[in-house]
Design a protein around this ligand. Structure first.
Ligand SMILES: [Zn+2]
Ligand SMILES: [Zn+2]
Ligand SMILES: [Zn+2]
Ligand SMILES: [Zn+2]
Ligand SMILES: [Zn+2]
Ligand SMILES: [Zn+2]
Ligand SMILES: [Zn+2]
Ligand SMILES: [Zn+2]
Length: 336
């Protein structure tokens, strides 16, 4: 809000006062009633006008001082007195000074500088901040419930507060998380960056950027341990990125969704058996049915054969040489 009207210029004040002095114009309808006393009053009035000239000159000087810091208050009173006595002198002489209304604070008539604000007129020295009582002068002010406040006090008293710095918010306000913030003080609680058009995510009264929010709070993939943002597969008491739910050994996706679990991890059939040590040492394929364990290895029964004649062996009757199994006949022929 701005002042409704700035103070009138000294020139316009003088114009007004001079206009109120009866004109000696011969065309006036009172001209033929001229008396010596009226003549005298006219001379005095023009003397008073000159006095006013000087007064106004000093008043304009004072105004410049007052705009600095405070200004001596005694001078205000002196001016008030001078203006008051001048007005009564002029009135005595039959000169009507125009009162520019009544001061909204002290209720006395205003002659001289006038502040027009909030639909009323005020002595400049009586148009003060409701809070600090300092003269508002030509500074900006704010009105609240019919009371004027200087800018600083208004903001301190009534502006929304930033939840981050607790300072008053004078310009743009961000409203989020049921609180108000300076735009420059509303950022990701984790990385400190501002939020783009995608906005922010809330958790426990704090705002996070998308990346940090998901990094911190989204479920983690059982395969890569990174956050899951969109599609997922739920398996083995875990959530997985679809691309991460593959054999932990060969990274082959599972056809028809069938997989083998070992220690909470998914495997293709081959690597499942490899993990469990249940691959046939003869054909390198998984053993799902009967199994022969010999020489610390596992075999399909039909793949546990003599290394020389390839006849199937029985678990109890083979001979071992250089980590290979032989039937009794071949062993005797070859090694004895
Ligand atoms: Zn006043
Ligand atoms: Zn104030
Ligand atoms: Zn702030
Ligand atoms: Zn962040
Ligand atoms: Zn993953
Ligand atoms: Zn595999
Ligand atoms: Zn086999
Ligand atoms: Zn043999």
């Amino acid at each position: 809000m701005k002042l409704d009207e700035t103070r009138p210029t000294v020139e316009s004040l003088l114009d007004e006062l001079e206009g109120s002095v009866p004109s000696p114009s011969p065309s006036s309808r009172h001209s033929d009633l001229d008396t010596p006393s009226q003549q005298q009053s006219r001379i005095s009035a023009s003397c008073a006008t000159r006095e006013l000239d000087e007064l106004m000159a000093s008043l304009s000087d004072f105004k410049i001082m007052a705009q600095g810091k405070g200004g001596p208050p005694t001078q205000v009173n002196k001016l008030d007195n001078m203006l008051g006595s001048l007005q009564s002198d002029l009135n005595k002489l039959g000169v009507q000074t125009v009162a520019k209304g009544v001061c909204g604070a002290c209720c006395k008539p205003i002659v001289g500088q006038v502040v027009t604000a909030m639909g009323r007129t005020w002595h400049p020295e009586h148009f003060v901040c409701t809070h600090c009582q300092e003269e508002i002068g030509s500074r900006n002010f704010f009105e609240r419930e019919g009371q004027p406040y200087c800018e600083k006090d208004y903001h301190n008293l009534f502006s929304p507060r930033c939840y981050y710095c607790n300072g008053p918010i004078l310009d743009k306000v961000v409203t989020a998380l049921d609180r108000t913030w300076h735009p420059e003080h509303f950022f990701c609680a984790q990385c400190g960056s501002f939020f783009g058009p995608e906005g922010f995510h809330e958790k426990d009264g704090k705002a996070y950027c998308r990346k940090d929010y998901f990094d911190m709070f989204a479920p983690k993939c059982g395969g890569c341990a990174r956050a899951i943002l969109e599609n997922y597969i739920s398996a083995l008491n875990c959530l997985w990125h679809p691309e991460c739910f593959v054999c932990r050994e060969c990274f082959t996706p599972f056809v028809n969704g069938s997989f083998f679990e070992h220690d909470g991890q998914p495997y293709c059939e081959v690597h499942y058996h490899e993990r469990r040590g249940s691959l046939c040492s003869g054909c390198q394929k998984p053993i799902t049915g009967r199994c022969i364990t010999a020489m610390s290895k596992k075999f399909h029964p039909e793949h546990f054969v003599c290394a020389f004649c390839l006849k199937q062996l029985n678990k109890g009757t083979f001979k071992e040489q250089n980590d290979k199994p032989y039937c009794h006949g071949c062993f005797v022929k070859l090694f004895s």
